[in-house]
Design a protein around this ligand. Structure first.
Ligand SMILES: [Zn+2]
Length: 167
């Protein structure tokens, strides 16, 4: 856009010079030649102005697209901030990491959302999938089909693990 703007400014300067020359010229033949040249320069400047306006519109669209992307990234980051990495179970059956919704006091919004775990694999890939539980210590993601039996049976409650398997 800088090149288009510079070209337009140069054309406008030329038009100004031709206008001054036309005003000073007393010879009618020379005036006619200057008028023709001036008309050509004005038409050319109009075309250049159209190019500058098109470039401005293009930049505005780019800025809007980038704003939308920043907004989406901020929203995704805010959603991620609502969760903390958490290991389900005591590790006796291997590590099984999930993301756990933070405590209501630590949430800036939607603090009344029920406690839950989301799949770590899916969440890291930008998809949110709440893990489901079969009541016997087995957690499962419907999105990626990953699941794990953990012990003791983990709870989504306020305690890290519920040794009694209560919900
Ligand atoms: Zn998953």
């Amino acid at each position: 856009m800088l090149a288009e703007t510079s070209a337009l400014l140069a054309s406008l300067a030329t038009i100004k010079d031709l206008g001054s020359a036309l005003f000073r010229e007393r010879d009618q033949q020379k005036q006619a030649a200057i008028q023709i040249d001036l008309s050509d320069k004005v038409i050319h400047a109009q075309a250049q102005l159209s190019q500058v306006l098109a470039a401005v519109i293009d930049k505005d669209q780019t800025i809007q697209t980038l704003r939308d992307q920043v907004r989406a990234l901020e929203s995704a980051q805010n959603e991620r901030d609502r969760y903390a990495l958490h290991r389900l179970g005591d590790g006796s059956e291997g590590d099984y990491f999930v993301y756990k919704l933070r405590a209501p006091a630590d949430l800036k919004e939607r603090a009344d959302e029920p406690a839950h775990f989301v799949c770590q694999t899916c969440f890291d890939a930008g998809k949110k999938s709440v893990l489901v539980h079969n009541g016997e210590g087995y957690w499962f993601c419907h999105l990626c089909s990953n699941g794990r039996q953990v012990s003791p049976r983990a709870s989504v409650g306020s305690q890290t693990h519920d040794p009694y398997g209560r919900f």
